[in-house]
Write a protein that binds this ligand. Structure first.
Ligand code: AMP
Length: 281
């Protein structure tokens, strides 16, 4: 695996069709699964850049895990051809003044408490696509709203990149892997387990035939009583529009455990077997 720091190094390192896995580093088995999904014989580029513009004031930009050596080991083992570690100047050259403007979804769910976050994500993803020129890009379903935003930007701006949403990787106890889990103390981690358990409760009721949104959400809210929530919502899984009982649905949650903000979701398909958060362990 080559570590490329400039666009020239990146271009020199890649021949053939490129698959891109954008990350902010702090790599774990969830990122590795995306890289493995990308590995199909072509060139697999993993970008590793903590994007300052997508963090709000008072968020964890300074604390965010940065360990290039550890990232390189994980990326190489998962099959990356190139680890692209651009400088701030490469991503945002002097004079950079463009932000992608998004539709209404960008100010809902995570966008309601993180104003500007998805516009910043859409902007860097668009720029990474232009720099890396991939044929496909792999994103995690763990960040489902991000996946939907990136899919719509790619479609609306005809960016010509196939977007693949890969399943959420979880620890055996059900907690979705996240670079931010390393902030959690042991006590906070056990508190955080209420999140996958509450999502499992919703999935179990849904599979048993419950379709009423209050009946689905209220028991889960009780399970989450120890976690200050930004939201727990049911939505249409296709575009995150309003929940419709006859469409594939999704339950999404964001909450604060200590100083750590965690998000998770579970997809609910009308005809599917129960999808437990533990199945992806
Ligand atoms: P991040 O480095 O947190 O920005 O994440 C980079 C990519 O990895 C995004 O597409 C995330 O959705 C994905 N990702 C993060 N955690 C997981 C996970 N537990 N399972 C699958 N994908 C993940």
């Amino acid at each position: 695996m080559i570590i490329a720091r400039s666009i020239d190094d990146l271009r020199a390192a890649c021949t053939g069709p490129i698959s891109l896995v954008p990350t902010m580093g702090g790599l774990h088995a969830g990122h590795a699964s995306l890289i493995e999904r990308a590995a199909d014989g072509g060139c697999v580029v993993v970008s590793d850049f903590v994007n300052p513009t997508q963090f709000g004031t008072g968020e964890d930009f300074d604390l965010y895990p940065r360990d290039l050596d550890a990232d390189a080991v994980i990326a190489a083992a998962a099959g990356a051809s190139v680890l692209f570690v651009p400088t701030l100047e490469t991503v945002y050259p002097t004079g950079f003044a463009t932000t992608v403007e998004l539709g209404a979804l960008a100010s809902q769910l995570c966008g309601a408490t993180r104003p500007g976050h998805f516009a910043a994500v859409a902007t860097i993803v668009t720029r990474l696509f232009a720099i890396v020129r991939p044929v496909r890009a792999i994103f995690g379903r763990k960040d489902y709203q991000q996946l939907i935003v990136v899919s719509s930007v790619t479609r609306d701006l005809a960016l010509g990149v196939e977007i693949i949403g890969a399943p959420t990787v979880r620890d055996p106890d059900g907690l979705a892997l996240s670079s931010r889990n390393r902030y959690l103390t042991a006590d906070e981690r056990s508190t955080a387990l209420a999140i996958p358990r509450a999502l499992d409760t919703i999935a179990a009721a849904y599979v048993a035939g419950e379709r009423d949104s209050a009946a689905l959400v209220l028991p889960a809210l009780e399970q989450l009583s120890a976690i200050p929530l930004d939201y727990l919502e049911l939505r249409n899984a296709c575009d995150l529009g309003p929940y419709e009982p006859c469409q594939p649905a999704i339950a999404l949650v964001a909450g604060h455990v200590g100083k750590t903000r965690l998000i998770d979701n579970i997809e609910l398909a009308p005809d599917a077997e129960r999808v437990s958060t533990k199945e992806f362990a």
